[in-house]
Design a protein around this ligand. Structure first.
Ligand code: SF4
Length: 359
């Protein structure tokens, strides 16, 4: 079992509990969390305005967790950076740094699990199967690594977070929610909840739980196809949570939060880019206003899919426009660095250490 007690896994309020025996005060806990999470320090020796015994206990009994960066791939064609990180138990996970339109702002795509049980047939992580849930601190640590690097290089700061890396975040919702508290905490990474998107394959009860909370986060649903039979062949969870039911839960989220839901759609040539698919999407969107976010599928070796041709892409886009479907076309960057979810980790399992290109 992973050691859950790491400073990155606590808000200042929660950190008071393991330090209660020393009567640690809230301001002291705030300083400890800010020193580690916000400023990216790896020990507490230089911390000020925290009593020595509180500092020592925090260092010794709580400690600072570490994920080792075993590979950092920077794209040669766009400013994407992908990190392969090693957890203390040897598991490998991925994190991607994504540049936003406004200079100096970055979004970070984080993993929530090692592997994934959902088994989507177009996803390299799905092929790995499920290994374990990430601890809260392991989710926060992915952001701390990117944030520290951006600050050190003067490139900018983490502005947004998207839970769209390895794993199904709604299957690790307790830890994801704890991580969200730390990510948005002013002593943590101070990322506005409205700039955080939790992207799910469509787990109805998890969406309903999110809808029942007063949260500022956004919801994304990986649709992939609006036709049940096609979707079932791509997303096996369609058998358990049909997309129509998922949209009902998403509508609840929309009504309670007031935030438009993002429907993520990975375009695969010859699979989900036809006129019948556009009509099925338009019908789905009659149930609930949403934004459809189109992204090209990133090729994964050995999978029977391909990205769409320019003609397929334009025809699909035109068909959606004719049907009045609001579309956001996302740039699918990082192709040269294996930016599709799970690609680095699965490559890493196949290749011996030292044979992979790093920059
Ligand atoms: S697409 Fe997402 S939910 Fe599906 S297998 Fe991959 S990581 Fe899991």
């Amino acid at each position: 079992m992973q050691d859950r007690l790491k400073i990155q896994g606590f808000t200042p309020e929660r950190l008071m509990e393991p330090l209660a025996a020393l009567d640690a005060t809230l301001p002291e806990c705030r300083r400890i969390v800010a020193h580690v999470v916000q400023r990216g320090n790896d020990d507490l020796t230089a911390i000020t305005q925290v009593r020595a015994r509180v500092r020592d206990r925090a260092q010794e009994f709580v400690g600072i967790g570490r994920l080792e960066v075993i590979e950092r791939r920077a794209s040669a064609v766009d400013p994407f950076v992908k990190y392969l990180l090693k957890c203390p138990d040897g598991s490998e996970i991925e994190t991607v740094r994504i540049p936003l339109e406004k200079p100096g702002r970055f979004s970070v795509c984080v993993s929530s699990q090692v592997g994934c049980a959902m088994g989507c047939t177009f996803c390299a992580t799905g092929r790995m199967g499920f290994v374990r849930n990430l601890e809260t601190w392991e989710i926060v640590e992915q952001l701390r690594i990117v944030s520290r690097e951006l600050r050190a290089s003067g490139e900018g700061r983490v502005h947004g977070v998207v839970f769209q890396g390895m794993g199904e975040p709604l299957h690790n919702l307790d830890n994801v929610l704890e991580a969200l508290d730390i990510i948005s905490n002013p002593c943590g990474l101070a990322v506005d909840g409205r700039n955080v998107t939790v992207c799910t394959v469509g787990i109805g009860p998890g969406i309903e739980r999110l809808a029942s909370m007063k949260t500022r986060v956004r919801l994304g649903i990986s649709v992939t196809s609006a036709r049940a039979a096609v979707r079932r062949s791509l997303v096996p969870m369609e058998g358990r949570y049909p997309i129509r039911e998922v949209i009902k839960a998403a509508k609840l989220f929309y009504e309670r939060s007031g935030h438009l839901v993002m429907l993520a759609y990975a375009l695969m040539g010859g699979v989900n880019t036809g006129a019948d698919e556009a009509e099925a999407i338009a019908e789905l969107l009659r149930e609930m206003p949403a934004r459809l976010s189109l992204i090209e599928w990133n090729p994964v070796e050995g999978m029977p899919y391909r990205p769409p041709t320019e003609e397929e892409r334009s025809a699909f886009h035109d068909a959606l426009a004719r049907l009045g479907v609001p579309v956001v076309r996302r740039y699918s960057g990082g192709k040269d660095i294996g930016a599709a979810c799970g690609q680095l980790a699965t490559e890493s399992q196949r290749q011996p250490r030292g044979t992979r290109a790093t920059d």
